[in-house]
Design a protein around this ligand. Sequence first.
Ligand SMILES: Nc1nc2c(c(=O)[nH]1)N[C@H]1C(S)=C(S)[C@@H](COP(=O)(O)O)O[C@H]1N2
Ligand SMILES: [Mo]
Length: 518
Amino acid sequence: MSTHTTTGKRFFFWAALSGLVGGAVFLAVAELAALIFASTASPILAVGSFVIDIVPRPLKEFAITTFGEYDKIALLAGLGIAVVVASAIAGILEYVRPPLGVIALFVAGILSGAAIVTRAEATTLAFVPPLLGTLAAAAVLFLLGRRLRAWRDARKSGEESEGLDRRRFLVMTGLAGASAVIVGVASRAVSAATSSADAIRRALKLPAPKSTVPIPAGAELDVPGISPLFTPNADFYRVDTALTVPNVDPSTWKLVIDGMVDKRVELSFQDLLDMGLDEYAITLTCVSNEVGGELVGNAKWQGVRLRDVLKMAGPKSGADMILSRSVDGYTASTPLSAVTDENIDAILAVAMNGEPLPPEHGFPVRMVIPGLYGYVSATKWVTELKITTFADDEAYWTPRGYSAEAPIKFSSRVDTPKSGTPVKAGKVPIAGVAWAQTVGIERVEVSIDNGDWIPAKLSTPINADTWVQWVVDWDATPGTHYVAVRAINKDGDMQIEERAAIAPNGSSGWQRSLISVS
Ligand SMILES: Nc1nc2c(c(=O)[nH]1)N[C@H]1C(S)=C(S)[C@@H](COP(=O)(O)O)O[C@H]1N2
Ligand SMILES: [Mo]
């Protein structure tokens, strides 16, 4: 009796394994077919992108705050676990109640196919990889299920052929599994290696800009632990919905300006360069930046003014919004006035801190607009500017709980000392950055242990669009101290004290931290 139960359990294990092999065959065949037919149709990535677009806002916020930069890796790991569990279940179903496993596999295949063909970047042949993957996996699961049941039946009835049946099942499972792993890994590796944008970017030589940003004396303070005036590209925060970085070739890239315009305009990358590049220093901020958070960075961008580009098309009266679109379908809604305003340098950028835009920051062309949160202004991999109205069009984040328009709430941040990192008593600088894009920072004030507000020393601002550094010299005594910081902008407005969550239009509040001194 007991041998019977252990045998039964063992067959369940083999059934689950045959399901895993089926899942692996699906992914491997789809990956190989994606390489041949439709480069962007990798099912696991398409399903991942689909999940990114449909998850409710609180879950997305949880993912960003919990995993930070690793949110996409966490998503892929979660998907991987789901695929393993689902495959194992399909294998068991196929063993217990054929053809339920094969049917489940077809359902999964159709769902992933739907996720793929509805992506913005999907090609006409995008349905081929999930289709071939499903067919191959169904065949494998069907055959393995049949072999496994034959082995079980032979075992039950004590037939002599049991050894042969067992060997047949194991050999088939092993062969299918090993081929799937080899084909899958090789296809993925080839896909990654042939993503050409990287190589093209490295070979690209941009023309020297007509102008560079003058850096005044005293623009950068020398305080250990403070954010550098310009954030190195490698440290610059990254936020986007793209599971894999879009691979855009500048020689085929184009920007279309259409919608409510006198003339539809198409510009090539060379057309942009021929306009002549200028350099602008602009601090970029994400709406998801919490008070004191890291989702803000300052860079020198080289590019052309958006208003010069718009002039070529001639926006019609009545239009009040630019709906910018990325190659991956992401869209942002920007008030037309923020771009036509002669006092605001809204740009199409091709370079960041002296080099072509890094792929993850929008290569070859992105928008950067001072004073607006990134999600309504800083479209990366931009390919279309549709001149339209807020009444007629809606951007990616608008139906997902964020405002259609979102000017940056000016703010200040403490970089050092860090809350939770004890410091030694004595001279301790309290320092950080503050930003009020398009207006400028007038003053930063610090209060220690609820004492009077002390004005901080500021770095010399480069312009109104970049952050300034600030520092207060503090004679720290042993114990726990309470530090609060706030900024006043050049219009004389005080940074909002009241706390607000990041949704729907950006956080507010004064950063308050506890510093322990020993
Ligand atoms: N194509 C595309 N562009 C995008 C986004 C995106 O998801 N897709 N996210 C925006 C958001 S929310 C921000 S804050 C900035 C961030 O730019 P960075 O990643 O270069 O720092 O890009 C913006 N541009
Ligand atoms: Mo953002």
